[in-house]
Design a binder for this molecule. Structure first.
Ligand SMILES: *[C@@H]1O[C@H](CO)[C@@H](O)[C@H](O)[C@H]1NC(C)=O
Ligand SMILES: *[C@@H]1O[C@H](CO)[C@@H](O)[C@H](O)[C@H]1NC(C)=O
Length: 203
């Protein structure tokens, strides 16, 4: 879709410039301006709504923690985040108490009581038999003790930092694309006024 539109715009620009057709050139300049304004609006929305994006992200991760055992997609997502960012929970590892299976209250009958999922575990070098139970009981341990077997820091900081740096990347890319567009608008406008002058001098 975008390709077709861009082809049409470029076609107007090329033929317009070659044949010095003022209507095509004007159409070219006008559509470039439209595309540019659309990008500007998207960039501004992205900038001002990054708080909302962060809220949505935080809600999603909290939901993934609560429904970890009920929804395979959320489980995969949470495992991926924790391993990729080397973190556990949203604020810290004790957030796993939000999940009824991992909840660390006395009365919890689950065998995973006070545990955290295996994806929280730090890899042990040269380990021959992987200990899938390494997260068991860690919620009863203090931060430093727990840090010997699992990632103790929550995912909030690293995920938000990641999101911000990617928004920056998108913004920079948009700016990089905007410069040639502005050049196109200016050049086609110059050509239009040049043609106007030529027509005037002929009359
Ligand atoms: C984990 O985070 C919660 C909420 O921010 C906080 O109340 C708690 O003290 C933290 N626990 C540890 C062990 O850092
Ligand atoms: C853990 O379960 C208990 C009892 O069901 C509940 O009162 C408590 O709020 C739960 N903990 C968290 C962090 O949700």
């Amino acid at each position: 879709m975008v390709g077709v539109v861009m082809f049409f715009i470029t076609y107007c620009g090329c033929i317009g410039a070659l044949r010095e057709n003022i209507h095509l050139l004007k159409a070219f300049s006008f559509s470039l301006t439209l595309v540019f304004l659309a990008q500007l609006i998207i960039a501004i929305l992205g900038f001002f709504y990054s708080d909302q994006t962060q809220d949505a992200l935080s809600k999603l991760v909290k939901k993934a923690i609560v429904h970890y055992r009920d929804d395979l997609d959320l489980q995969n997502l949470m495992d991926y985040i924790q391993q990729e960012f080397r973190c556990c929970g949203w604020n810290n590892y004790t957030d796993w108490s939000w999940n009824i299976y991992f909840n660390c209250s006395q009365r919890n009958p689950s065998k995973e009581k006070c545990a955290v999922p295996f994806s929280c575990c730090t890899p042990v070098p040269r380990e021959t038999v992987i200990n899938t139970m390494c997260g068991f009981g860690v919620q009863t341990q203090k931060y430093l003790e727990a840090a010997e077997s699992i990632y103790t820091d929550g995912c909030a900081d690293s995920v938000v930092t990641w999101m911000e740096s990617h928004l920056m990347l998108v913004g920079t890319l948009a700016l990089g694309l905007a410069l040639p567009q502005i050049a196109g608008i200016v050049l086609s406008q110059m050509l239009v006024s040049q043609i106007h002058n030529e027509i005037k001098s002929l009359l």
